[in-house]
Design a protein around this ligand. Structure first.
Ligand code: AMP
Length: 418
């Protein structure tokens, strides 16, 4: 019998793991610099946490969860999204008591039993941030700017930020009725799932992927014309702050997001070179979630971004240029040089340099080939002659220039190049 990875899952093999690590390191660095701290929650939670927060009639809860009843009779689910779990932890550990504004990020695996295709998996990886405690529009704008700028920094081109406000629950009730009135005459032409949503949660009909329904909805009343004055002010301010931050956006009134806990701001960032699964990142404000899960009413805003899609959208050149530290390949020739070679390697590692060496005792030609293969920018060559002179040859692999420097000055020489 031959075992294979489960449908919708994949192995990250060493070649790819390198890319993953570089991207993840970059993401962590960027988010940490913005003052967000990491939170890690368990891979599974009580099923009810998700039915309560995400909503029973959402695609995620109704069709896609990996749920089971364990030996003790508890209903459990592998996390299909992170926010509910973060909020559970926030309430459980009373994090709000430590600071009026709690700024968290995560980077972890999630599980949804979706139909696998390019950019859509059953185990996938997301990073996301949550700012818990501020109801103000500048917080929405900061979150959106981080989501956007991080993608730009990663070198992803051709992205569009779509922005909407779905207001507070009060104006949504009124809007829901208006939407139903609009859809009523077309009800028999709608898909089964949309008809079901018509009764349970009509806003969800906007999640449709059916062309006819998308076209129909273009003439539907828009949520933004139902916003209360407070909601409208909030939305206007978010837009003003985004302009100030230099983050371009387009308004999209169909963007209502599939989750129940959203209030006011919703946004999504899509990429033009991803095909059908074009959403890189989605988020918004969810002022009612903490309360829904049994905590004190606490406003919050956040986003989640899918790493697989980001890796697909990034091209190799950009990763190399943007976030790959320069690699140095240390070439040793002959038995006598070995201790000195390892000493140089040790010092380079301590200095935080990215240095590799050849432990196969191959010829200079093979070692040079290896240096090129790994994409090194510098080669350091140490042979018997150099050992005698206490020097090395440093070769710039981009322009082919080579010079001799003393062994003692290798580190400062390389550091001086940057
Ligand atoms: P969501 O939690 O559905 O708003 O998703 C946020 C982001 O996670 C999306 O924009 C995608 O980039 C990513 N994502 C969601 N579902 C999947 C999946 N099944 N496979 C890969 N990425 C996903």
């Amino acid at each position: 019998m031959e075992f294979r990875s489960i449908k919708g899952t994949y192995d990250v093999l060493p070649n790819d793991a390198d890319r993953w690590q570089r991207v993840e390191t970059h993401v962590r660095g960027f988010i940490t610099r913005a003052g967000y701290s990491e939170i890690r929650t368990p891979a599974f939670e009580k099923t009810e946490l998700f039915t309560l927060s995400v909503g029973e009639d959402s695609d995620v809860v109704s069709k896609e969860m990996y749920s089971w009843t364990d030996q003790g009779g508890t209903d459990l689910t592998l996390k299909p999204e992170y926010t509910a779990s973060v909020m559970r932890s926030y309430i459980q550990h009373n994090l709000g008591a430590q600071s009026p504004l709690t700024k968290l990020y995560y980077l972890d695996n999630l599980f949804r039993r979706e139909r696998p295709q390019k950019g859509r998996y059953r185990q996938f990886r997301q990073y996301g941030i949550e700012a818990i405690g501020s109801p103000h529009p500048e917080q929405d704008a900061e979150i959106i700017a981080i989501a956007y700028e991080l993608l730009i920094e990663l070198g992803i081109k051709d992205i569009t930020l779509k922005l909407n406000s779905i207001g507070s629950p009060e104006c949504r009730n009124e809007y829901r009725q208006a939407l139903k009135d609009f859809l009523q005459p077309h009800l028999d032409k709608l898909s089964e799932i949309s008809r079901k949503r018509f009764d349970s949660n009509p806003l969800r009909i906007f999640d449709t992927k059916i062309d006819f329904e998308i076209a129909l909805l273009q003439d539907a009343p828009t949520i933004t014309s139902f916003l209360t004055p407070d909601d409208a002010n909030h939305f206007n301010e978010v837009q003003t702050y985004l302009e100030v931050l230099g983050v371009p956006f387009t308004l999209d009134t169909a963007l209502v997001r599939g989750l129940d806990y959203y209030t006011r701001t919703t946004f999504e960032i899509i990429s033009g070179n991803l095909g059908a699964q074009d959403a890189l990142c989605g988020g918004g404000r969810y002022d009612k979630l903490v309360e829904t899960l049994g905590g004190k009413p606490t406003p919050a805003v956040g986003f989640a971004a899918g790493l697989e899609r980001i890796l697909i959208a990034m091209n190799e050149v950009d990763i190399d240029q943007k976030i790959q530290a320069d690699k140095i390949y240390l070439i040793g020739l002959g038995d006598a040089v070995r201790p000195t070679m390892l000493k140089i390697l040790g010092e380079a590692r301590k200095a935080g340099l990215n240095m590799e060496f050849d432990s196969l005792r191959r010829s200079v030609k093979s070692q040079m080939r290896e240096a090129n293969k790994i994409g090194a920018s510098l080669a350091i060559i140490l042979g018997d002659k150099e050992l005698k002179d206490k020097s090395v040859q440093i070769k710039d692999l981009k322009n082919g220039q080579q010079e001799s420097i003393s062994i003692d000055s290798i580190i400062s020489y390389i550091q001086g190049l940057n």
